[in-house]
Design a protein around this ligand. Structure first.
Ligand SMILES: [Zn+2]
Length: 55
């Protein structure tokens, strides 16, 4: 699955179907992105937090 980064428009690809609420990082601009919808796949910039989300 693939979608575009809302920050820099780079392509974000997932090896498997992402879960709603899953957080990933754009490989281009390093922004943290949260999956807000899985069908269609939709990402939003995650609020900046100090906590480690875990990988
Ligand atoms: Zn980006």
């Amino acid at each position: 699955m693939a979608t575009a980064c809302p920050e820099c428009d780079a392509e974000i690809t997932f090896e498997r179907s992402p879960l709603n609420g899953e957080v990933c990082r754009c490989s281009e601009c390093r922004v943290e992105l949260e999956v807000t919808c899985t069908n269609p796949l939709r990402l939003e910039i995650a609020p900046e937090v100090e906590e480690d989300w875990g990988e």
